[in-house]
Design a protein around this ligand. Structure first.
Ligand code: SF4
Length: 271
């Protein structure tokens, strides 16, 4: 975490700590958030840490919120839950009603991730703004468990940057990716070495922990979701069939993807 790794004009993490910044760990309950918080606790004073979980309600894996809360409480760090003003399903139904034409899907897409912006990013920023104001912080560092290994796009992300959207006169806001350099094995090792256990969905076969049915999820994760949350699976399938729009970015139906995922899981692979 040397200052030399960061672009000119962006303070180092050490400077931000010394300047009394608030470091906010966005915690989904997944392995990357968990490993990130373990790393943060090594370098950021607890008094400058806050953990926030964006609740996706019934769309998220059971136990994700509790894992984030449990890890925060065990470390003695304040924990907040950010709630969106609408649910994922309300968003989808609204988009279906107001869609401009048949080529406009009611589901969010990889290029228009309204699910992330409206259900996670904006509610978290709202909570953080309130917390920072109430506690007199004028400098905020949002910490995200994004890793270079995940995709070429994520590999290009700068580990520490200015959050221009959040920075205003009298308040500076930064974005930091503390585990950008870790590979998946190192993430699990970090959790194990800290004497912790990742969310149970990984042991149940999941690659990632996000929404149970993510628009970008792999087939085996979707199949695992359908196995553990059959009532939620039925709800997504009903919306797909009623609206005629598929949830997944591949444009294949969830039923088809789950069948593919089940075949992969049966053969012992992942896809
Ligand atoms: S996990 Fe997937 S579906 Fe859920 S908010 Fe994120 S991108 Fe959207």
């Amino acid at each position: 975490m040397s200052a030399t790794n960061f672009p000119t004009g962006v303070p180092s993490v050490e400077d931000l700590v010394a300047g009394g910044a608030l470091f906010v760990a966005n915690h989904s309950g997944g392995k990357d958030s968990q490993a990130m918080l373990i790393r943060l606790l090594d370098v950021i004073p607890r008094a400058q840490l806050l953990v926030v979980h964006a609740s996706l309600g019934e769309a998220e894996w059971e136990g994700a919120l509790e894992l984030a809360q449990g890890q925060s409480e065990a470390a003695g760090i304040p924990f907040l839950v950010a709630h969106a003003v609408k649910t994922l399903f309300e968003m989808v139904e609204r988009r279906f009603k107001v869609r401009p034409g048949p080529n406009s899907s009611c589901w969010p897409s990889a290029s228009n991730r309204q699910c992330t912006s409206d259900l996670k990013r904006d509610p978290i920023q709202r909570e953080v703004r309130r917390y920072a104001k109430a506690h007199g912080y004028t400098s905020i560092v949002t910490c995200l468990g994004i890793r270079a290994q995940e995709s070429p796009g994520r590999a290009k992300r700068t580990p520490l940057s200015v959050n221009k959207r959040g920075s205003i006169a009298g308040r500076s806001w930064f974005e930091w990716l503390p585990i950008h350099d870790l590979c998946t094995a190192e993430v699990f090792l970090t959790i194990e070495r800290a004497g912790q256990t990742p969310h149970w969905a990984y042991a149940a076969g999941n690659q990632r922990l996000s929404c149970v049915f993510c628009i970008m999820g792999c087939a085996s994760d979707l199949a695992n979701g359908a196995k553990h949350r059959p009532e939620l699976f039925a709800k997504y399938v009903e919306i797909e069939q009623r609206t005629g729009y598929t949830m997944h970015q591949s444009r294949r139906s969830l039923t088809e993807l789950v069948a593919k995922g089940n075949a992969v899981l049966t053969s012992g692979g992942a896809a």
